[in-house]
Structures are given as structure tokens and as C-alpha cells.
Design a protein. Structure first.
Ligand code: ADP
Ligand code: MG
Length: 699
């Protein structure tokens, strides 16, 4: 279908576009640089820039921008027009190689964890030719990396690219040992499934908590939540379908292979999964997808919520990071094939992941740490905050046979008979799925499920690539020294099992028993961001990143500081918003209803005498008590915000105060407000309640 596929990738400066628009020698130099990872010369850059500008202007672009991924976790862009006055009152359109390759935004207003002071403002963006430039909103977007005047990275993209390079180098060492001399690079592949909520824009605008914090800070559950399981995969309402179709078209134009869409578990919740691609492109595409979702939602009268926990009492939103390793010739190195037991190369790569995840569970937890995600991890909807790995029965049995030096009998796949002759028989997989594992092997890839919906996928992939690269290097060093290759591989597999099998857990990760068992196994459990972030600076972790050239110690320190600062600032904004809403909306609402009831009571009593209206009087009593308790909790939260959070200068201590003082004070306040909310008539509440937010979008 020409219409469907014809416009796919029409707005990216893709390989196909480069091939047709660049002189052959320039195109060849570009390809060479991409393949060998070398920088482009200025002459080449000038020609590429000029071709890019012509192409972009044909698509309506008037501006260009360097697009980068600072430590805010979202993207940043500064637009410049192509306009250049010619001195005679007219103008020409210009875009030079220099402008393509390098930009110089002020770095001081981005989070840098102390790497940049405001007086040392210089920062640089540099074109990342490994990702596609694209045209959106009449602007040519050039993907770039971002670093400081002194050369420290200030973004999430540079370390991601470094980790991809490190992983490739290490994986190639292993492949070479298995006799593969043809593969030139190994590429981590990533497919990120994205969950989100859509609510009506007018409801969003009417709630300060959603506007300032992206989540509701108050709100009682309506009579119906998600207990009927009727939203998951349910029929998609037409307004939502129109949004999804629009989003698909926008994605496809930008080369984002949007594939699977469905309603998710919570009311008003949905998911989109694109087809996987190279980790760095996937990272750009996920950022772009999140901004497209928000932009297109607005055009349909919706707001797209990407917060990890927009509503208490129903599921929050996460992101599943499907990760595997591919050769440049397209072989998936985590594909077990038909007989995994005999596939030593696969088993060795698998063991590298098992070892890495066990040794660096702390880093994986840190890579998904945020105040939003803390509300989710461990709830019965998302994997717990304990990192473990699901392998399934078949692979676990295969690995056990190595551990026990016993033979493994390959299991035949059985068939499932639906019992109706007209229906096809289904070949049953050798292993069932497990939805509760934070890190699950799913056939030929790993699915890391702890990510929060709003976060950049760069961090988890930086961690994964780096830690797996480290173990592959260790394996390679052993294997490069041996005369008995097969036996050494066997012992490495066996040793992995002996030392790291504690990380493998195929059971239900949502139970309390697992929490106890994980503790017995010595697996770390970090319920909150504040618990895990200090481990980023653990000596082992610092040397891991330094060894592979991913981060320097000061770059890690900066990231540590940014996470903690962001944690405290987020909760501070939430607490202030909550105070504002309760003072300006909830308490006046209670007052209004009391006033209304009191008037009714006094009029009725005037006519009928004191003995009537006992229930209304009791209601008045209840509302009065609630008012008083809420008022006290408001004052207590206010006091803590003013007095406690200013007690320390240390960012870790401050974050602890927010976690241990402010968050519980907010929870206590919310409980009281949510208990009184159902007593109030709608006209006494100035903001829309959960029933409207979650069930407002009709078919
Ligand atoms: P499921 O979650 O049911 O296993 P899929 O198999 O369709 O669903 O895959 C979910 C996501 O995993 C998709 O984004 C898909 O593109 C991605 N994926 C599939 N194979 C790989 C791979 N080799 N590397 C990375 N991601 C992959
Ligand atoms: Mg999934």
C-alpha cells in the first residue's frame, strides 16, 4: 500500500536520502566515518549541511536546531533561522558545515551537579551522525551530544554512545574466539514499550497538581477502578483511536516504527510499542515519541500524562526496555536457537548478562530511580525494587545441567488443542511468560521492566551496555589464554551458575515471600531513590565506568547530585502544590458545604424545633472535625517544609528529610482529604474528581 509505506521516513535525513542527495564521494566518506567511528572533515560537513538545508527547506523548514539530551532527562533545543541578510536588503538561506557540526549553547542553566557554575557558562553541542537528522514543526533537528568547556559530558547521549562502543569492542573479542572474523561491530538493540494516560485537557487545566506535578496529589477512588480487568486490550474509544492514528502517522514520517497499540490495565491508560532498533536511535526515538505524544494529544483536546503514578489506586505507567545484541550482519546473539544446550556462544553471552546483572543490580536500580518511579516499584503492578532475573524453565534447566555436569534432554514442544476441529493447533512455547520479573528473558532478548514512563532510556542502557561489556572482557581474557576452548567455556558457564544463580528467580516477584527470600539470598532491596543513589559512587562502580571510558568520577558525582537534587525539588513542588490546593480549594469546599448544611438545618429547626435534623447535625460535626484535622496537617506540612528541609546543606540529608518527613506528612494529609472528598457535593469541589479524570472519555 503506497499510502501507508510511501511516507515512512519522509522527514528523516536517512541513508536513502543521503544516497540520492549527496555526491558519491561525500556519501562514501559519511559511511566510512559512521562505520569506523571517525569524525567528519569540515569540507565534507559543508556539503552535507548544504544538502540537508535544501532537503529540509523542501519540507518547509525555516529553522535548524541542535537537539540534545541534558541531565533533565528530557530534550533541549535552540532554534536558529536559515536567514542570512545579504547586505542589500534581501536575504539568503544559509546553513554551514560549522553550524551543522558544532553549537555553543549556554550550559549554566542545565543541571550539571556542580560541573558548571553560572559564571563558567560555556557548553558545546556536537553533531551525532549516528542518528538521523529530521524535520519537525518547520525545523531541521540535528541530533547532538552536549558537553562542557572543560570536556565533561553534560548529557545522556555521550555516555550512551561510549557504552555502545565499549560493548561492541568486548563482544567482538568473544566472537573472534568463536571463529567469527566477519562481524565488524556488535550493536545493542532496544525496543522501548511506552505506557501513558490520556485525559481531557479541560480536566487537566482545572487541577493544579496535574499541571505542576504531572500527578494527582489528592483524590478518592471512584466506585469503579480497574478491578473488572475490562480496560486491558479493550475496544479503543474512537477519540483515542483518532489520536493513535495521528500519532502513528507522525511517528512513521520520522522513521519511528510504531507498531503495537492497545489499552492498558488502568482506565484511561494506553501503550505504544515500536519495533526495536539500535540503542542510540531507539533512545532518540523514545524521546521524540514522548514529545509527539504530548503535542498530538493537545491537538485532540487531551493531555498525555507520562508520570509514573498519576493516580493512586490504579496502575501507574512504566516503560519496558527490550534489549539484545546484534551483529552488523543482523545475527541476534541472544537467540538460543533450537538447541540452546549446544549453543555455547549463546550460553556464554547469556552468562555474561547473568553475571553483570547480579554484580551490578545496584546500577540497574539507580538507572530507574526517580521520585515518580518510587511510587510504582513494589506496588502490585510493577516489578519490585529488587532486581532479579527470569530465565524460564528451559534455560534454567539447561544451565543447571552445566552446573551439575549432567546431560540435558531437549524438550519437544507440545501442541495445544483448542478442542474445536476448525481451529488450528498451537505449538506451545517451552517456557511460559512471567510478568512480575524486573528483568526477564523473553525468547531472544531481555526485557528490563523497572523503567518509569517518563524517563530517558539512556541511563538503563548505559548501565546494561557497560556492565555486560565488563564481563565479556573478563570472559575474553580467560578464553584468550586457554588451549582447551570448549572446556573453558563450560567452566565459565558453570562458574557463572555457582556464583550468580541467586539472581535467577522464576517465581512471583510480587509476593512478600520473595522479599524475604531475596533478603536471604543477599540481593539488594532499595525501596527508594535515596536508598540506592549513593551506590553510584561505590568504588567498584566508579572503577567500572572509568575502566570502560564511560564516566569519570566527577561525571558520576555530578549525576549523583543531579538525581538527589531533582528528588528534593520534585517533592518540594508537590508539597507546595498540595498545600495550595488544600488551602484554596479543599478547605473552602468543606466550608461551603458546612455553610449550606448549617443554613438548611437552622431553617428547618426554626420551623420544626430542635429535635429534627440530627443526621445533618452529625454531618456538620463530622465536617467540622475533618476541617480541623486537615487544617492541622496543613500546618504541620507547612512547618516541616519551612523548618526541617532547611536544616541541612547536604543534598543527601535534604533528600532524606523529604523522604522521611515531607512524603509521610503529605500522605497523612491526603488520607484525610480523600476521606472527606466523597462527602462533598460536586459543586463544592472546584477541581474534577477521579471519576471524571479516569472515566471521562466516552466511546
Ligand atoms: P512481548 O513484550 O510480547 O515479548 P514483542 O516480542 O512484540 O512483545 O516485543 C516487544 C518489544 O521488544 C518490541 O518493541 C520489539 O520490537 C522489541 N524487540 C523484539 N526483538 C528485539 C530485539 N532483538 N532486541 C531489542 N528489542 C526487541
Ligand atoms: Mg513487554
Amino acid at each position: 500500500m503506497e499510502n501507508l509505506c510511501g511516507s515512512y521516513g519522509s522527514h528523516i535525513f536517512s541513508d536513502k536520502v543521503m544516497q540520492t542527495r549527496l555526491p558519491k564521494d561525500i556519501y562514501t566518506s559519511m559511511k566510512h566515518c559512521a562505520r569506523e567511528g571517525t569524525a567528519l572533515g569540515r569540507d565534507v560537513a559543508n556539503v552535507v549541511a548544504s544538502a540537508m538545508k535544501e532537503w529540509a527547506m523542501e519540507l518547509g523548514a525555516t529553522h535548524f536546531c541542535h537537539w540534545f539530551q541534558p541531565l533533565t532527562g528530557i530534550t533541549a533545543e535552540k532554534h536558529d533561522s536559515f536567514i542570512s541578510p545579504d547586505g542589500n536588503g534581501a536575504a539568503i538561506a544559509e546553513f554551514s558545515g560549522k553550524e551543522l557540526v558544532m553549537g555553543e549553547p549556554d550550559a549554566s542553566s542545565f543541571p550539571s551537579g556542580g560541573l558548571r557554575a553560572t559564571f563558567e557558562a560555556r557548553g558545546y553541542t556536537a553533531w551525532d551522525p549516528t542518528s538521523w537528522a529530521f524535520v519537525k514543526d518547520e525545523t531541521l533537528y540535528v541530533p547532538t551530544v552536549f558537553f562542557s568547556h572543560t570536556g565533561e559530558t553534560l548529557d545522556k547521549k555521550t555516555p550512551l554512545l561510549r557504552s555502545i562502543q565499549a560493548l561492541s569492542t568486548s563482544a567482538l573479542r568473544i566472537l573472534k574466539l568463536f571463529g567469527d572474523t566477519e562481524t565488524r561491530t556488535v550493536i545493542p538493540t532496544v525496543g522501548a514499550e511506552q505506557e501513558y494516560f490520556l485525559i481531557d485537557k479541560e480536566d487537566y487545566l482545572a487541577r493544579r497538581d496535574l499541571r505542576f506535578c504531572g500527578r494527582t496529589l489528592l483524590g478518592a477512588l471512584p466506585p469503579k477502578g480497574q478491578e473488572m480487568d475490562d480496560h486491558y486490550f479493550g475496544a479503543i474509544p474512537s477519540r483515542i483511536k483518532e489520536f493513535m492514528a495521528h500519532l502513528d502517522r507522525a511517528c512513521w514520517q520520522l522513521g519511528i516504527p510504531a507498531k503495537t497499540e492497545h489499552n492498558e490495565v488502568a482506565p484511561a491508560q494506553h501503550e505504544l510499542a515500536p519495533i526495536f532498533t539500535r540503542a542510540n536511535i531507539s533512545c532518540d526515538q523514545n524521546q521524540l515519541l514522548m514529545s509527539l505524544m504530548q503535542q498530538i494529544a493537545a491537538e485532540h483536546g487531551f493531555v498525555c500524562l507520562l508520570h509514573e503514578k498519576p493516580f493512586a489506586g490504579v496502575n501507574g505507567s512504566g516503560k519496558h526496555n527490550n534489549w539484545s545484541l546484534s551483529t552488523d550482519r543482523g545475527t541476534n546473539l541472544l537467540d538460543p536457537g533450537a538447541t540452546p544446550y549446544e549453543n555455547l556462544q549463546f550460553l556464554l553471552f547469556l552468562c555474561a548478562v547473568i553475571t553483570a546483572v547480579d554484580e551490578h543490580a545496584d546500577l540497574l536500580r539507580i538507572s530507574v530511580a526517580s521520585p515518580g518511579n518510587d511510587h510504582r516499584l513494589g506496588g502490585n503492578e510493577a516489578p519490585p525494587a529488587i532486581v532479579s532475573m527470569f530465565l524460564g524453565d528451559e534455560l534454567t534447566d539447561v544451565l543447571s545441567s552445566f552446573e551439575n555436569d549432567s546431560d540435558y534432554l531437549t524438550k519437544a514442544r507440545s501442541t495445544l488443542e483448542p478442542g474445536v476441529s476448525a481451529l488450528p493447533c498451537i505449538l506451545r512455547d517451552t517456557t511460559d511468560r512471567n510478568r512480575t520479573s524486573p528483568f526477564a528473558f523473553t525468547g531472544n532478548k531481555f526485557e528490563f521492566r523497572m523503567l518509569g514512563a517518563s524517563q530517558s532510556i539512556a541511563d538503563p542502557n548505559i548501565m546494561l551496555n557497560t556492565m555486560v561489556s565488563d564481563v565479556l572482557d573478563r570472559f575474553a581474557s580467560v578464553l584468550e589464554q586457554t588451549d582447551d576452548f570448549d572446556n573453558t567455556v563450560h567452566s565459565l558457564i558453570k562458574q557463572t551458575l555457582v556464583e550468580h544463580k541467586r539472581i535467577i528467580f522464576n517465581g512471583d516477584g510480587y509476593t512478600d515471600d520473595w522479599v524475604k527470600e531475596a533478603f536471604m539470598r543477599g540481593l539488594p532491596n532499595f525501596p527508594t531513590t535515596v536508598d540506592c543513589v549513593p551506590y553510584l559512587l561505590k568504588n567498584d562502580n566508579v572503577s567500572l565506568f572509568e575502566r570502560h571510558g564511560i564516566y569519570t568520577k566527577s561525571e558520576l558525582q555530578a549525576r549523583h547530585d543531579v538525581i538527589l537534587e531533582n528528588y528534593s525539588k520534585t517533592i518540594a513542588i508537590e508539597a507546595k502544590t498540595m498545600l495550595d490546593m488544600v488551602r484554596k480549594e479543599v478547605l473552602p469546599g468543606i466550608s461551603a458545604y458546612m455553610n449550606h448544611t448549617a443554613k438548611a438545618v437552622s431553617r428547618t429547626v426554626a420551623v420544626m424545633g430542635e429535635h429534627v435534623c440530627t443526621s445533618q447535625k452529625a454531618l456538620l460535626q463530622r465536617l467540622d472535625e475533618a476541617y480541623m484535622q486537615i487544617d492541622q496537617l496543613v500546618n504541620e506540612l507547612q512547618r516541616q517544609l519551612q523548618e526541617e528541609t532547611t536544616r541541612s546543606e547536604n543534598i543527601y540529608e535534604i533528600a532524606r528529610i523529604y523522604r522521611d518527613g515531607i512524603l509521610p506528612a503529605m500522605t497523612a494529609l491526603r488520607e484525610k482529604v480523600d476521606a472527606v472528598e466523597p462527602l462533598l457535593p460536586n459543586e463544592c469541589l472546584s477541581y474534577p474528581t477521579y471519576d471524571k479524570l479516569l472515566f471521562g472519555i466516552a466511546q
